[in-house]
Design a protein around this ligand. Sequence first.
Ligand code: GLV
Length: 326
Amino acid sequence: MTERKKVLVTSALPGGRLPELEERCDMTVWQGEGPMPADTLRDQLADCSGLVCTLINRVDRQLLDAAPNLQFVSSMSVGVDHIDLPLLTERGIPVGHTPGVLVDTTADTAFALLLAAARRVAEADRFVRAGLWRPENPWSPDFFVGKDVSGATLGIIGLGEIGQAVARRAEGFGMRILAWNRSPREVPGVQMVSLEELLLRSDFVSVNVALTAETRNLLDAEHIGMMKPGSVLVNTARGGIVDEAALAEALDSGAVYAAGFDVFEQEPLSTDNPLLAHERVVLAPHIGSATTLTRARMAALAIDNALAALDGERMPHCANRSVYDI
Ligand code: GLV
């Protein structure tokens, strides 16, 4: 009988399919309190053939060097910026990820943040809860006025699947839709423009591009300075794409009206992050894909990828397909 391969799973995956993986390998699932510490991950991965992880597990050279038998990595995430993809590719290790299934859920989150930022929903909620909505502070013509979403211009940075799903929602709001993408795309109802034109013309900007070496700090101080006065910036893609300090300055000066952010350069958000000081910034703790159904679907794809790798087959959703080109 051939020896069963060892696979480490860094968190209990939802959706009830982990037993399928357990049938096919010697599986260990992290059961500790809180997230698996990096040094525990390194120790436990030492004799493993496979790793099933999430976006909070950094898969870098140090980890790989400590896991000489590693044959595959399957991440329950669409983004793979927590993984040193070039290094894994160089070592011939396929990396599975979970595209497609979280598209609509993440686009919903982008729109939730956009609407909340435009109409000051979180600020208004805090106001009511604090007991400030009192007879001496009643409805008035300028009470909590915000910005109209309907009929405004939306600029989408990154017109991949999620960016296109954001565009579909914007259509329903009668928005004019501009987009910038690294490679040209033709999407009905969407006008492709340069990044600069998008920033100059858009009342709302939604960041939907993956974090790569090319897009890191894409919205730096100079680009933020090009944004239309009084516009709103929404980021549901990744931290590291927007310069948060530069955005905070633009919010201070009123150049940018509001923002809705689900992702940050440092997660969890540090208590001194300058965005925390702004009433008009709606903050969420990286919940773009967080619905029960979508998380179960993501877990199912992560398990499908791991099962395929255990069978010596191509992963159905591989982020570095070139490993199979040999
Ligand atoms: C979420 O951010 C993901 O990459 O799946």
